[in-house]
Ligand binder design. Structure first.
Ligand code: ADP
Length: 610
């Protein structure tokens, strides 16, 4: 029972991967099965023909009969080859892009999984371990399935051919003794195979360990190669003279990789020596057995050839099968990883309540005794937070670095769910709302926002369909309209030169304005800006403040900054400290009140011209 459930645990992930593969590819899969069966059976046709020919010659059969044997056999082989090749070609064409197709289902999962999983290295490793192997898990599974099928069909065919020998009914001369000898011989071979299986498991484990280390080294190498290839990191490397340190580490990584790959080679060689020894020993036993049977006149010369070839083929396939089974753990593990990845819960999507559509954009937000710690950590970043605000207000969140301001936004936008307490929008726990609808409430300019290597218009509209008027209007509000209009390709200009040399490398501040325009274009009831002016020059920063009211209209705006002067224009300022709101009020009120705000204000006044 236990062994049963362990086997199910191993096979279910493989079945799941095969399920994804088969979706829309059933015909191609059937073609692959056909071509593999043909490939496995084909050699036996020739072996049988050889047996018939030799017996025919020995018995003095005439030319027409022998020619008939040859023509029939070659006719069958020709038909098999033609249909098998055609099936194989169809399969290859359809499956050529399997690794891209697999990426598709993994990406779809990554797009919709709970955000916190994306930041979890263990979760990411579930995906990348599969990606590091050859062409991904799906291709690997298909290849291993093919191998297993070929071996199984070959073994079955050999057994069918050998059945008369095993049953001792050859030429009516077979005895119980000869049949027992046949069984004994097969048993000896099987024992050798079982032994080989355990050897394969042992070597499989060793090579897996080495392979995993090689994967880690490979990741590191890729990381460095990426760094060395980008102009952005080269800036830092050059100004800090870090090239030598990186190259030294890269060399060390290469050296380790080389040693590991040598070890890997040694393990493979040892395994090969075992395989060959067992294979040769089996062949020796087989020839001895069939030779003795022929000498005793139990079987004919033709049968010696047919049986000996079939048994040799059987034994080599069983050796391969034993090796396959020994190595299958790796496949089970990779499919298991993928299943864990694909089956990750989507807790964020459990809510079903539709969001109330309000023309007046009046939403009330309440944080009730909210505490939060990041998964896998033991420190509360937000501690028993209570606050309430209403849409239409301009609210600023200020505080030192690391005080929990961005985390507060992540909780509000449901990138993470609270550890304790609850957040309500219009008196309903936000976890109960339909997640996709809830996300539409927010337009966020994150501190570490990302612009993509697509056109300006597509970036601003977050879509391939761009409402040009709306996009230019958003760009105008963000102070970037003029710059884009001046470009020969306007909204169609590509951001960056990654893929298109005629794209434009916008400056950090310009990209920040593009990100602000994207947030305005979305036209969500909440607009949230996390340090949105960090990369802007003072003039642009002033423009953002001055145009802020116009920019956000009747939306609720949350403005986060460690620079207090940036927040003066908000009526409602929350002062965060160690995950709590310790002060709240307008700038005028807080400036005259004893506390952190005044301390920070006075400290910053020395550095900034308020
Ligand atoms: P702020 O925006 O006020 O500068 P954050 O909310 O970004 O602060 O971070 C608050 C604290 O949470 C910091 O100490 C930071 O190290 C920690 N933190 C942020 N993100 C994560 C994360 N994904 N996992 C663990 N800790 C994190």
């Amino acid at each position: 029972m236990k062994a049963n459930s362990r086997l199910r645990e191993k096979l279910e992930p493989v079945a799941q991967v095969m399920g994804y593969v088969l979706k829309g590819h059933k015909a191609a899969f059937a073609c692959m099965v056909y071509s593999v069966v043909i490939l496995a059976v084909r050699p036996y046709v020739k072996v049988i023909l050889m047996g018939y020919l030799l017996d025919g010659l020995a018995e003095g059969a005439g030319f027409p009969l022998l020619a008939g044997y040859v023509l029939t056999a070659f006719g069958i082989v020709w038909f098999m080859d033609q249909t098998g090749d055609a099936a194989r070609q169809y399969y290859n064409q359809k499956m050529e892009y399997m690794s891209e197709i697999e990426n598709g289902w993994l990406n779809r999962k990554a797009f919709t999984m709970d955000y916190e999983y994306l930041e979890d290295v263990h979760v990411q490793e579930l995906r990348t371990r599969g990606e590091r192997t050859w062409q991904g898990v799906a291709c690997w599974t298909l290849l291993e399935f093919e191998n297993l099928l070929r071996m199984s069909v070959s073994i079955l065919t050999a057994l069918v051919i050998l059945l008369p020998l095993l049953l001792g009914g050859i030429n009516g001369k077979g005895t119980v003794g000869s049949s027992a000898a046949a069984v004994l011989m097969i048993l000896t071979i099987v024992i050798m195979m079982v032994f080989n299986y355990f050897k394969s498991v042992e070597y499989g484990k060793k090579s897996q360990e080495i392979f995993d280390h090689m994967g880690e080294m490979g990741n590191k190498e890729r990381y460095y190669q990426d760094i060395l290839a980008t102009a952005e990191s080269q800036k830092d490397l050059r100004s800090f003279g870090q090239q030598e340190a990186i190259l030294r580490d890269l060399r060390k990584t290469f050296d380790k990789y080389r040693i590991l790959s040598k070890d890997y080679g040694k393990v493979l060689t040892k395994k090969l020596v075992w395989d060959r020894t067992i294979s040769d020993l089996s062949a020796l036993i087989i020839y001895l057995f069939t030779g003795i049977q022929a000498v005793l006149g139990i079987i004919t010369i033709g049968q010696v050839v047919t049986y000996a070839s079939s048994i040799i083929s059987l034994s080599s396939q069983v050796v391969l099968l034993a090796t396959w089974l020994g190595n299958a753990e790796r496949l089970f593990m990779l499919c298991g990883d993928q299943k864990k990845f694909m089956d990750l819960e989507k807790r964020k999507y459990e809510g079903k309540i539709p969001l109330e559509k309000r023309r007046d954009n009046k939403f009330k937000v309440q944080f009730e005794h909210v505490s939060f710690r990041y998964p896998g950590t033991d420190r509360d970043i937000i501690k028993d937070l209570n606050l309430e605000f209403t849409i239409g207000e301009r609210m600023a969140i200020v505080g030192k670095n690391g005080s929990g301001k961005t985390t507060f936004i992540k909780l509000l936008c449901r990138l993470y769910d609270v550890t304790e307490g609850c957040i309500k929008v219009n008196d309903v726990d936000i976890r109960k709302y339909d997640y996709i609808e809830y996300c539409k409430l927010f337009s966020v300019v994150f501190q570490d926002f990302h612009m993509f290597a697509i056109s300006v218009g597509e970036n601003v509209a977050s879509s391939v369909e761009v409402d040009e008027k709306k996009a230019l209007d958003a760009l105008d509000k963000a102070g970037m309209g003029g710059r884009i209009r001046e470009l020969p390709q306007g909204l169609s200009t590509y951001v960056g030169t990654d893929f298109r040399p005629f794209g434009v490398n916008f400056s950090g501040g310009e990209k920040q304005k593009l990100a602000i325009a994207r947030a305005i274009y979305k036209n969500a009831p909440f607009i949230i800006m996390d340090e949105p002016t960090a990369a802007l020059d003072p003039e642009s920063e002033c423009d953002v403040y001055a145009g802020f009211d116009h920019m956000v209209g009747n939306k609720t705006a949350l403005y986060i900054s460690h620079r207090l002067a940036s927040c003066r224009f908000c009526q409602d300022i929350l002062v965060f400290d160690k995950g709590k709101v310790i002060q709240r009020g307008s700038h005028e009120e807080l400036e005259h009140r004893e506390g952190l705000y005044r301390e920070l204000w006075n400290a910053q006044a020395k550095y900034y011209e308020n």
